[in-house]
Design a protein around this ligand. Sequence first.
Ligand SMILES: [Cu+2]
Length: 107
Amino acid sequence: MRRIVVALVISTCSLMAGADDLLTFRVELNDGKVTPTRIEAPVKTKFKLILVNKGKSPAEFESLPLRKEKVLAPGVESFVVIQGVSAGEYIFFDDFHPQARGVIVVK
Ligand SMILES: [Cu+2]
């Protein structure tokens, strides 16, 4: 959900040591564009999404079916870890630029 950016910019990265060997994908958000728009991940396999805001405006990575959201100030990099999920298509979008959408295809 959309939130005030200020407090949430504080990254959780320092709390998440030890996740470096995870399957990892990089998602760039850039003022209403998201790249890539399609990610394929294996079923029931934990993976990590590195989230980078390359734009000049705040962005919020959000996926309702994955129950993940992360606000990113301009220039900020952070990440979320997705625990193993079932096969399916999991939409994500930038809640500050809702036309910017992508899908994680788990199969
Ligand atoms: Cu949101």
